[in-house]
Write a protein that binds this ligand. Structure first.
Ligand SMILES: [Zn+2]
Ligand SMILES: [Zn+2]
Length: 179
């Protein structure tokens, strides 16, 4: 995993480009058992890193492709992802009220770094986490599975007669109304 010491950032800033292979990413993902996706491609990142006093600024871009699971039909699908971000990072222990004030009114996301070190790979991974849809769909209007027989309704209409059932949340809502 790629890290950078604050002391290594020259006054004029630094432009960086790095790639995280799938193997090292899956090791990192094991720290997050609640996460249900895999990287399909390496994670490519670019960032301009600068500092002002003890604050570090990272303006970057991440690009990769993920394998997500559709919440309706439960199939895995590829999800290409490109995201740009801008972060201000402050030292975790030394942060004072003054630093907070400095950041007020700016659009920057604020975060912290520890032990004088920016964990750039982790920052890049976090940006990916933020971009993952809460309820991934393999395609807009995925018909999902028949709630009765489990057939994939995108492939064929099923023979069980349950096809007319509204799916997912619609079912829950109707049940409530009937009571
Ligand atoms: Zn689907
Ligand atoms: Zn069916």
């Amino acid at each position: 995993m790629f890290t950078l010491k604050l002391d290594e950032i020259p006054d004029e800033g630094l432009e960086l480009e790095w790639t995280e292979e799938k193997s090292s990413l899956s090791g990192y993902l094991e720290n997050f058992p609640e996460i249900d996706f895999d990287f399909e491609d390496p994670l490519r990142s670019k960032a301009k890193v600068s500092k002002s006093g003890r604050a570090a600024f990272v303006k970057g871009k991440v690009e990769t492709s993920l394998r997500l699971r559709c919440v309706r039909c439960l199939k895995e699908f590829f999800y290409p992802l490109v995201s740009t971000f801008e972060l201000a990072l402050l030292p975790l222990k030394e942060t004072s009220k003054e630093d907070d004030v400095e950041l007020e009114g700016s659009d920057l996301e604020a975060g912290f770094y520890e032990e004088g070190e920016l964990r750039l790979s982790e920052i890049a991974c976090e940006q990916v986490f933020l971009e993952i849809p809460y309820q991934p769909l393999c395609r807009e209007g995925c018909k999902g599975l028949c709630p009765v027989c489990g057939s994939d309704l995108n492939l064929s209409s099923c023979q069980c007669g349950g096809e007319g059932f509204p799916s997912g949340f619609a079912v829950l809502k109707d049940l409530k109304l009937d009571r």
